[in-house]
Design a protein around this ligand. Sequence first.
Ligand code: GAR
Length: 199
Amino acid sequence: MKKRVAVLISGSGSNLQALIDAAQAPDYPAEIVCVISNRPAAYGLKRAAHHNIDTHIIDHKLFENRDAFEQALHEKLAAAKVEIICLAGFMRILTAGFVNQWAGRILNIHPSLLPAFKGLNVQQQALDAGVKESGCTVHVVTPDLDDGPIIGQRAVPVKAGDTAETLSERILREEHMLYPQCLARFALNGLEAALKTAS
Ligand code: GAR
């Protein structure tokens, strides 16, 4: 049985597209059953609709507080019988309450080689630090930001003359390969095995 996956986005959704494309293979161990955006204008919603995947907008601005927003999110995920949540450019911090409800079942992709450069504008952080290599990480989400067990990473060189944009593009190309691989391993073998076979 394929694992039921929800992808949470806030923007372009190029990682969502990579997951959609991978999930079209008959033997891929996960299916994307819904895409949820906290931003009504997120382009990723169009990508999902194009592939006839259910889309939902849960606009955080319409909720009184974070708990109410997360309750709506939780209800939508539970109604869709979601087994794994993939954060893919989802730019809201999830509280410990939500993360614990879904403990060990939320993955995130982050555009740096964690534990280096957590938080926002991490490509600029990497340039400012003068590192010669950066990359991307898929990890399990825990209540601490960008901190959970690492499932996989891919590195890229930082080149002379790089800007945050050129570095982001180079990292994104690796993200698109890394996320589908990590989700497949996680869906197939579960958390412990995915960590042991980390790439
Ligand atoms: C990706 O680079 C992803 O790693 C990053 O946002 C971008 C989303 O691109 N995520 C974070 O920074 C999370 N803190 P996409 O919408 O084209 O997939």
